[in-house]
Design a protein around this ligand. Structure first.
Ligand SMILES: C[S@@+](CC[C@H](N)C(=O)[O-])C[C@H]1O[C@@H](n2cnc3c(N)ncnc32)[C@H](O)[C@@H]1O
Length: 209
């Protein structure tokens, strides 16, 4: 019997090419009439699709390195018929190539990989190395919304924020104890919360912004 070859993720992603970019990507041409919020490590798109649905006047870009995750996210965008979301298969390490100076109004970092080994600290998306890149692309008054289940990563990130000259507000080690009504739970947030793990969260902004 001849087995039918399962189409590749690349092939499947082609159905979404009106809002998904794979491979070489041109720098973003910002729509100056609308705010731009960017999520780093979008995963399967639960967060970005919900927040975009609630805020149709804002443009959203999700950056995610894993194509299979982008495919799941793309299906959700299509299902909800959202016209304000763009997804890019992209490594955040190269974020400076994607956005011009001060083009981004807000960044979301939701449950980024903790990279627990000390020698991998530079890979954490809240390492000062990344914060310096974010400073260039964020509007001076722009903010970074950060959530994680990982207390060690959270404490490390607060140190890095201070080191990079960011001020923090709404710092909590248990977001769900008094959950803000506008909090949108990500897939990882639901998973960890269901397992009884408290969620750490804060909002950071460059002090001289
Ligand atoms: C732990 S998951 C969290 C997913 C989602 N944000 C959530 O909260 O449910 C981290 C995601 O970040 C992506 N990621 C990790 N490093 C990345 C990088 N350098 N650039 C883009 N995406 C990255 C991973 O592929 C993964 O989908």
């Amino acid at each position: 019997m001849r087995l039918r070859k399962k189409p590749h993720t690349d092939e499947k992603l082609k159905q979404f090419e009106d809002f998904v970019t794979v491979g070489e990507v041109e720098p973003i041409k910002k729509d100056l009439t609308r705010e731009l919020y960017v999520e780093l490590g979008t995963g399967m798109g639960d967060f970005i699709t919900q927040i975009a649905e609630r805020n149709p006047q804002i443009n959203f870009i999700g950056l995610e390195v894993e194509k299979t995750c982008v495919l799941s996210a793309a299906r959700k965008v299509r299902e909800k018929n959202l016209s304000n979301v763009r997804l890019i298969v992209f490594d955040v390490n190269n974020i400076s190539e994607l956005f011009g100076e001060h083009e981004v109004d807000r960044l979301y970092i939701n449950f980024c990989d903790p990279w627990p080994k000390k020698r991998h600290a530079k890979r954490r998306l809240t390492h000062v190395r990344f914060l310096e890149m974010y400073k260039k692309i964020l509007k001076p008054e722009g903010e970074i919304y950060f959530k994680t289940d990982n207390r060690a990563l959270f404490d490390f990130s607060l140190e890095q924020f201070a080191l990079a000259g960011l001020e923090v507000r709404d710092v909590t080690n248990d977001l769900h104890a008094d959950e803000p009504p506008d909090n949108i739970r990500t897939a990882y947030e639901n998973k960890f919360s269901a397992a009884g793990v408290p969620i750490n969260s804060c909002i950071a902004r460059f002090a001289n912004g």
